[in-house]
Ligand binder design. Structure first.
Ligand code: ATP
Ligand code: MG
Ligand code: FE
Length: 345
């Protein structure tokens, strides 16, 4: 079984083909970074137009790289939300048109489910697992009990982690995109030279908060000479350390609850764009080990947005017969624990 997956929900245009032997037959990702950089963030209208300009070519390249023709596919999946609606429409309408023309099953994939299931493509792990989803728009802990079956333990009450990284980069003059820039700067710095708070650390509920950290960082950054590369690196390192400690603290509590409810010690899975951060990965791996839990995270290039994760989630849904009608309406907001995702799976 082979499925083509399209991703157009933010600023990556992507097309990929995966098969049921967990092979990635092709994986084309086009980043729109250069187009958005002058604005310091993603401009929705520019993103949608750019997806429209490039998606057909990327699909042709994905088929070419896999050595396949459209008629050899078993299904076509596209991100149908959550995300920037203009871009989501481009991917969904393209997938529906191909599905209609070739009489292929159409799969409306929740982008977050793509992040959540990628580790089953890369590591082949079984359900259930505890998922820490850390991305540009989300920060959540969920028990993943099956395709479409997510129980949320906690989520951010304000900013997402990726957003915190992006804003930190801006305040420190590190440019856009923020996550990789902060990680690079932090590599040359030392945590502890500055003091930042660890919001929610030690609290019994499993939610997150990053706005206090952002405000504290802004105050420190304002009295800093941004030309002083060492000071900038030290502050970036302290920020990254604060995030690592907060995530580890929340995960420790969540692993305890997960073990209580499922009778299993884990494993912990970390996914989403921020999961490509190597410092955070190793901190979370240690946290899992200390709790006696296994640890899995997709390779960094499959943590940030890509088509393979959408193709794989589509394939998992197709295997369960969870095909979608061609009048499926894209959903700009679509939480992962939405009950419609499970249907009769
Ligand atoms: P969502 O998946 O929530 O809809 P998104 O699709 O826009 O959001 P992703 O592509 O999953 O986001 O992740 C992008 C985010 O990951 C950005 O905020 C980016 O700064 C962050 N990020 C990417 N690489 C790193 C890194 N090395 N360290 C920290 N953050 C990173
Ligand atoms: Mg992106
Ligand atoms: Fe994403």
């Amino acid at each position: 079984m082979r499925v083509l997956g399209l991703e157009t929900s933010c600023d990556e245009t992507a097309a990929a083909i995966v098969d049921d032997g967990r092979r990635i037959l092709s994986n084309r990702v086009l980043s729109q970074l250069a187009e958005h950089r002058p604005y310091g963030g993603v401009v929705p209208e520019i993103a949608a137009r750019s997806h429209l300009d490039h998606l057909d070519r990327l699909i042709a390249e994905a088929l070419d790289e896999a050595g396949m023709r459209l008629e050899e596919l078993d299904g076509i999946a596209a991100t149908a939300g959550p995300g920037l609606i203009g871009g989501v429409f481009v991917g969904v309408l393209t997938a529906k048109a191909i599905a209609a023309a070739r009489r292929l099953p159409f799969l409306a994939v929740n982008h977050l489910e793509g992040h959540a299931l990628t580790v089953r493509l890369t590591d082949g792990i079984a359900f259930p697992y505890l998922l820490l989803l850390i991305s540009g728009g989300h920060c959540q802990l969920l028990a993943v009990e099956g395709v479409g079956k997510y129980r949320r333990y906690g989520s951010t009450i304000d900013d997402a982690v990726g957003e915190a990284f992006d804003k930190t980069a801006k305040m420190l003059g590190l440019g856009y995109p923020g996550g990789p820039a902060v990680e690079r700067a932090a590599a040359g710095g030392k945590a502890g030279c500055f003091t930042l708070p660890r919001p929610m650390k030690g609290r019994p509920e499993l939610d997150f908060s990053f706005s206090g950290l952002k405000t504290a960082l802004r105050q420190q950054a304002e009295s800093l000479n941004l030309e002083d590369a060492q000071a900038v690196s030290d502050l970036a390192a302290e920020f990254q350390q604060a995030v690592a400690e907060v995530l580890s603290d929340r995960v420790t509590g969540a692993l305890r609850r997960f073990a209580r409810e499922t009778g299993q010690p884990g494993p912990l899975v970390v996914a989403g764009g921020v999961a490509s951060n190597l410092t955070l990965r190793s901190a979370l791996e240690e946290t899992a080990a200390a709790a006696g839990s296994g640890f899995h995270a997709p390779p960094p290039a499959l943590c940030t947005d890509n088509g393979a994760m959408i193709a794989w989630a589509g394939l998992e849904r197709l295997q369960l017969g969870l095909v979608d009608p061609l009048d499926f309406a894209p959903r700009p907001r679509w939480p992962l624990d939405d009950p419609t995702l499970a249907r009769d799976a």
